[in-house]
Design a protein around this ligand. Structure first.
Ligand SMILES: [Zn+2]
Length: 336
């Protein structure tokens, strides 16, 4: 496909998804439908704090049983997963034995486990030296909690997907990761599930069943639109269907509705592969210079305009303003 034609497709994808969110497809990229694959990854293990009920988090045994159930379900659906651990997401009432028990569940389920730093701070607001110390202590936490180094490839996932605000800091990070034998875990499908998850848990805390159901409905519709957006964008930007890596978070919304979440990928002809298998594709040797999703980085490098992904707020329209304001009150801007 030539540059101009690709740009036309790109704009069509963006306008349709951004403005109508319609389930109807405006066109079909036949090659794009041929084969789609995705590796499912979860960030913020052991548990994204504000996205779980406090009473559940405060009882590690119950929480670990829930994780077992989710991982069993994923296994039944033949969905390999990877999980990224940051000690900042260790619930304050847990000791290291609890973290060990949780990570062991993931490890025994065959999940790849990777480092997501200790503090979950933003590289773009730190010196490289401070960031590398954070990566090192993140690895120490992961290995001591698990009781061994994770099996297989050593992975690093950058919080906020920030890999350096300047060329120099980016190169320093790359060099550090190379020297320490890390493979950076890319993301091509960035699902802002945490926005929905915080609202979901707020509705739960308020015993608002109707609100909770509305968030779930909105989330699943949003997932459908976002998956479609990134799959089509990827076909346009790379000229083929590359294996995807989807970013989800360890939160109650995903855990309570894991079957429906996976179903949203399956419906769009995705098959599920491991992170390791996805990264065998040579496209992942071309790390883009921009932070964020790699699709976006590759797109910028080709000089194509950015087409925004579907915004969560459109899928929460049935909820009261109080709900929609909530993540904003917590200093998050993603609903804009
Ligand atoms: Zn994170």
């Amino acid at each position: 496909m030539g540059g101009v034609a690709r740009l036309g497709v790109l704009l069509a994808v963006g306008s349709v998804l951004a403005w109508t969110g319609s389930a109807a497809e405006p066109f079909k990229l036949s090659a794009a439908r041929a084969k789609r694959s995705v590796a499912i990854t979860f960030d913020d293990l052991p548990a994204a704090n504000s996205s779980f009920r406090r009473d559940l988090l405060n009882d590690p045994k119950v929480f670990i049983r829930q994780n077992e159930k989710v991982l069993r379900e994923l296994r039944r659906m033949k969905v390999p997963v990877a999980g990224f651990v940051s000690s900042s997401f260790k619930p304050s009432s847990w000791d290291m034995q609890d973290v060990h028990a949780l990570l062991e569940v993931w490890d025994k389920a065959g999940a790849a486990l990777g480092n997501h730093t200790t503090s979950h701070r933003d590289y773009h607001e730190m010196t490289p030296a401070a960031y590398f110390a954070d990566i090192l202590s993140g690895q120490q936490f992961l290995e001591s909690a698990l009781g061994k180094p994770p099996v297989g490839q050593k992975y690093f996932r950058a919080p906020y997907l920030h890999r350096g605000a300047s060329q120099s800091t980016r190169e320093q990070l790359e060099q550090y990761l190379n020297e320490h034998s890390y493979r950076i875990a890319p993301v091509t499908i960035d699902l802002q599930d945490w926005v929905f998850a915080e609202i979901y848990i707020w509705a739960d805390a308020n015993n608002d069943q109707v609100g909770k159901e509305a968030v779930v409905k909105g989330y699943l519709e949003y997932l459908e639109a976002s998956i479609k957006h990134y799959a089509l964008l990827s076909a346009v930007v790379t000229g083929r269907q590359t294996p995807h890596v989807a970013l989800l978070h360890a939160n109650a919304l995903n855990y309570d509705h894991i079957k429906e979440v996976i179903e949203r990928f399956r419906r769009q002809d995705f098959e599920f592969i491991s992170l390791e298998a996805a990264l065998l594709d040579p496209v992942y040797q071309q790390m883009p210079s921009a932070s964020g999703t790699w699709i976006r980085g590759w797109q910028q490098q080709q000089g194509l305009p950015w087409v925004a992904a579907p915004a969560p707020n459109r899928y929460l329209a049935s909820l009261s303003t109080d709900y929609q304001k909530r993540p904003l009150e917590q200093g998050r801007a993603a609903l804009q």
